[in-house]
Design a protein around this ligand. Sequence first.
Ligand SMILES: NC(=O)c1ccc[n+]([C@@H]2O[C@H](COP(=O)([O-])OP(=O)(O)OC[C@H]3O[C@@H](n4cnc5c(N)ncnc54)[C@H](OP(=O)(O)O)[C@@H]3O)[C@@H](O)[C@H]2O)c1
Length: 324
Amino acid sequence: MSHAIVMEKTGGPDVLKWSSRSLDGPGAGEVRLRQTAIGLNFIDTYHRTGLYPLPLPAVPGLEAAGVVEAVGEGVTTFKVGDRAAYPAGPVGAYAEERNFPAAKLVKLPDGVSDEDAAALMLKACTVEYLIFRTFAVKPGDTVLFHAAAGGVGLIACQWLNALGVTTIGTVGSDAKAELARAHGCHHTINYASEDFVARVMEITKGEGVPVVYDSVGKDTFRGSLEILKRRGTLVTFGNATGPVDPFSPGLLAQKGSLYITRPTLMDYVATREDLELCTGRVFDAIAKGHIKADINQRYALKDAAEAHRALEARETTGQTILLP
Ligand SMILES: NC(=O)c1ccc[n+]([C@@H]2O[C@H](COP(=O)([O-])OP(=O)(O)OC[C@H]3O[C@@H](n4cnc5c(N)ncnc54)[C@H](OP(=O)(O)O)[C@@H]3O)[C@@H](O)[C@H]2O)c1
């Protein structure tokens, strides 16, 4: 018998129940992974509430690290005892053990601990595709990154700084502003007390920025369009305040022939080639000291509901992991 967090229905954190289960397998093409650390992500809350529907009952979670305990038929790339991790599901990470498709798993280098891997895989892979592949930043650019002290945000601050990019980061408190600056964010704006549009125009001397990375969604969408340069790009990649309201493409013409994209990590690691490109760049950035994990919250896996409450209440900074 092993344990997992199961949700029978969508709703508040209380729908996350600690349950026991027995596992068959692993099936062909799968390995059995004993998970040692699991990453908490905001998308887990969208799955829990039903904003992104999952077939129920479901075990949520998309990111974890662990040790291979058994290999299924046809698997030649992993052996028992290998340390491995995954950045983008399939869902089911909130579990002590699971069967997992070998094609979606990567081996962990010696220099990366299980906890750091669980904290970083999904979030650093997200930063990788956002800044190299969705809108490729250049040294000397000035960019805006919303929620700069969060799990994805602190990694972005560090990585952009290492690339010679000037980052303006928005945050919800002065303590978070200090934390973002300590991670290489050059200008911080507390959007709870300051008008971020006015402040960005002041910092950029009226020019605006070529790209805005916006995971806050509904509340920041209009302001994010205001601060883009002519032909700038809005990368809207999350909904912490709710999904963006429908808008007319004419708005993009009015604001200066803007581009907008709504990417998801799954489409940037869909092939084995992309998965290896992405995780390879992440491991390289860790090895070079360009990025590191900031695991500022640890919860027992059985207390996943508490972790969800803290994340949604904006009480967390950096990354949060769940420990089986
Ligand atoms: N599309 C993709 O591929 C992809 C991949 C990974 C993550 N994401 C998105 O990126 C964002 C960050 O993910 P994360 O896991 O690292 O979370 P996180 O940034 O650690 O937490 C979300 C942060 O959003 C800010 N926020 C602003 N208004 C909020 C509200 N009403 N409720 C809750 N939070 C609010 C808070 O920071 P302040 O207090 O500083 O405002 C909060 O700490 C999420 O929106 C997530 O869905 C998207």
